[in-house]
Design a protein around this ligand. Sequence first.
Ligand code: FAD
Length: 413
Amino acid sequence: MKKSDYGLYEWAIVGGGIHGTYLAYKLREAGVQSYVIIDPNSKLMSNWNRNTRNCGQTHLRSPDQHNLGENGESLLGYAISGRRLHEIQNLSGFERPTLGLFNDHCRDTIYRNKLEEAVLDATVKSIKPYQEGGHKRRPFVKIEVEDPYEGGCLFASNVILAMGQIGGTRWPSWAKSHTDSGFHHVFEKDFRIEDFYRLDKKIYVVGGGITAAQLAIKLAELRQSKFGRYPVIMISRNPLRVQELDARALWTRLDYIEHALWTRDINFREGLVRKERNEGTIPEHIHAALMERSRSHALELRVDEVTRFRIRDDGQKIMNFKIGEKEEEDFVVVLATGFNGPNGNKILKQLSRDFNLPLSGLGYPILDDDLEWIGDASYGRFYVSGELSSLTLGPLAGNIRGAQMSAQLIVDR
Ligand SMILES: Cc1cc2nc3c(=O)[nH]c(=O)nc-3n(C[C@H](O)[C@H](O)[C@H](O)COP(=O)(O)OP(=O)(O)OC[C@H]3O[C@@H](n4cnc5c(N)ncnc54)[C@H](O)[C@@H]3O)c2cc1C
C-alpha cells in the first residue's frame, strides 16, 4: 500500500499476525470495505511463519477445527478437496494438521480475499484523540506510524489492537548481559535455525515446553550424523510435564468463559488465567519423540537449572548449574523461554493515558465482554484481540481459537 493511501478508515487493525489476518477476513466477509491492516511486514503472518519454522514445528498443537477459514470445518474441507487428508493426523488423541497444510489453508484465505492488498507496511507509534470540526457524528482517532520511508498518519473510527506478544522475548537474568557470548533466543527476529545445523559447537537448548522440545528434536535430527553422540543438550528446570493442549478444552467455549471469567473481578481473572495456561508442557507424541532421541543419544535431556554464567579472564566460559559447575570449551545457548508480559508497554501506556482506558496490575487492557476497551467514548472505539485480551477470553486468547472467538465477539455482534 502506498503513502497516498493513508486516509480515513472505518476499521484499522494494528498487527497482521494470526489474529489481525483472521479479523480482517471476518470484517471483509461481513461486508466491511474500508479497513487497513498496519504491520511492518508486508506479508501477513510473518511472526507465525518465522517462529514456527525456527522451532522446527511439524504439526500444530491445536486441532484442525482451529483454523483461519470460514468455520471449524474449513481446514478439513480444504484437506479433502486437495487430497491432503493424510496431513491431518491423530497424534496423542487430537486431530492435528501439519504446519504445511495449515499454512497453505491460511494463504488460500489471504489470497482469495486479497487481504494483503489492505496491508500498510508500517509500525504504529501512537494513537491520539483527534477532533476536527465536522466529524462530530463520526468520531475517529489519529494513528501515527513510522514506515520504511519517513512516517505519517492515518485515521480510523474503530481500531483493533492485534499486536501479539508485545513484551518481547523473555531472557533469564543469568543470560541477559551475554547476547554477544553465544546466547540466542529462538523468538528473536534475527534467529535462523539453519545457522545451527552445521555449527561446530555444543548446543544447549534451555526451556521445558513445547518450543524447547521441538527445537531440540529438530537440531538433534540434523546434527547427529555430523556430530555423533549428544550434539544437543536440552536443559529443563522441571521434569517434563505432559499436557495435550495449551489449556483445558473448556476454554475454547464462550459459554464456559462467560461463566468462569466474566463474573469475576480482575485480580481473580489474572490469577486464574495464569494458572490455567499449560505453560512449560508438551503433548505426549512430542514427549515420546524426545525420549526416543534421548535413547538413541541424539540428544541429552537434563533436569537442571542454569544459575549463573561468566567468562573467566582466560576467556573460558563457565556455567553454574544447580547441580554443579561446568567449564566448557565452546558452546552456544538457545533460549526457548517464551515472552514477557505486556507490563510497561509504551503504546498501551500511551493509549491508557490519552483515552482514559483501564489497565490491570499486570498491564493487560481491561475490556468489556465484547472485547471493547472502553474509556473516553467521544473518540473512536478500541477493541483488543490476541494474548492482550486474556482477561476476557481466558488462557487460549492468544491462540488460533482465540482469534475465532474474537471475531465472534467483535465482528458478529
Ligand atoms: C512457535 C509457536 C507455535 C504455536 N503453535 C500454536 C498452535 O499450534 N495452535 C495455536 O492455537 N496457537 C499456537 N501458537 C500461539 C499463537 O497462535 C501464535 O503465537 C500466533 O502467532 C499469535 O497470533 P497474533 O496475531 O496474536 O500475534 P503475532 O502472530 O505475533 O502477530 C502480531 C503482529 O503484530 C505486529 N505488531 C506488533 N506491534 C505493532 C505495531 N506497533 N505496529 C504495527 N504492527 C505491530 C507484529 O509485527 C506482528 O506481525 C503458537 C505460538 C508459537 C510462538
